[in-house]
Design a binder for this molecule. Structure first.
Ligand code: ATP
Ligand code: MG
Length: 273
């Protein structure tokens, strides 16, 4: 039996009106799905529409047409209670850990904020315990709770952002280029953290990136977005092993591959073309 989808994006189109110029289609009939317990990748160059799609999924932007289905619920007709459930069960991690954390809030308030909003009856001590556990599960320490974001490195801040998301025990984690602002060595740590978290729980992840090497390492499936259109999607092994669209081939050719043997093979095959 096929695993059910936790998220289905069905034929989303989004146009931005711009004065004096014809309206630009940022998304054009986009379909995408994340099956439960998997890591799905979405790749595309800058401006291809990745963040716009995330904003539509999160309900921050209203698509012109199309639907978002979360756990069987069509969110375009969802009521208050269903949106409340969605806001708890779908958590977002942003690209830039420097601007996404409020510098005036301690780590404890930052990570515990969602619990304060969604679990109003939870007593403070219980919340502290959950915050401490979330911090430890991302490789930070419970003793970091009283510190402020400015005293952490970029990689540590992104761990705080991930702790803030996972403390809610979400079913879906949406990561919009979560490692693009980080050094390569720190990128690997954050990627490995996401991978091990996913293996330990049954969380599903939608991971947005323009770096194909990262997606190849992390994602079970991948969708390729070019100028607002999905040009190719499928299992990562198939897409990377046998890309069909020219655009995917050019993205792969432009992406460095960490494995020297694969890189040698790539150089040889591009010389042969
Ligand atoms: N609020 C807006 N008003 C007008 N145009 C917009 C708006 N938001 C996005 N766009 C346009 O939509 C297109 C897609 O932008 P988007 O931010 O989704 O790209 P992206 O793939 O996330 O790029 P990046 O990798 O740089 O983050 C771009 O042409 C952008 O200029
Ligand atoms: Mg973006």
């Amino acid at each position: 039996m096929n695993t059910p989808d936790i998220l289905t994006v069905r034929s989303i189109t989004k146009t931005f009106a711009s004065r004096g110029r014809p309206a630009a289609k940022a998304l054009d009939a986009v379909n995408l799905s994340v099956s439960e317990g998997s890591i799905a990748g979405l790749v595309g160059e800058s401006g291809s529409g990745k963040s716009t799609l995330i904003r539509c999924i999160m309900g921050l932007e209203r698509p012109d047409t199309g639907t978002i289905i979360f756990d069987g619920t069509d969110m375009s007709v969802a009521g208050r209670e269903e949106w409340r459930k969605f806001r708890q069960q779908v958590q977002l991690v942003f690209q830039d850990p420097f601007s996404s954390l409020d510098p005036r809030m301690t780590v404890e308030s930052t990570v515990g904020e969602g619990l304060v909003i969604h679990k109003k009856s939870m007593v403070k001590n219980h919340r502290r315990e959950l915050v401490a556990t979330a911090l430890e599960s991302v490789g930070l320490s419970a003793s970091d709770m009283n510190r402020y974001p400015r005293s952490f490195s970029g990689g540590q801040r992104q761990r705080i952002a991930i702790a803030r998301a996972i403390v809610m025990r979400p079913r879906l984690l949406v990561c919009d280029e979560p490692v693009s602002a980080l050094d390569v060595s720190v990128q690997a740590q954050v990627i490995n953290l996401l991978k091990s978290m996913q293996a330990e729980s049954n969380i599903s992840i939608l991971f947005i990136a323009h770096d194909l090497a990262v997606v190849r390492h992390l994602c079970d499936s991948v969708s390729v977005l070019e100028h607002g259109k999905i040009v190719e999607s499928g299992r990562s092994t198939e897409i990377f092993g046998n890309p069909q669209a020219d655009y995917t081939r050019s993205l792969i050719a432009a992406s460095p591959i960490p494995d020297p043997a694969v890189q040698r093979e790539k150089s040889r095959s591009s010389l042969a073309q």
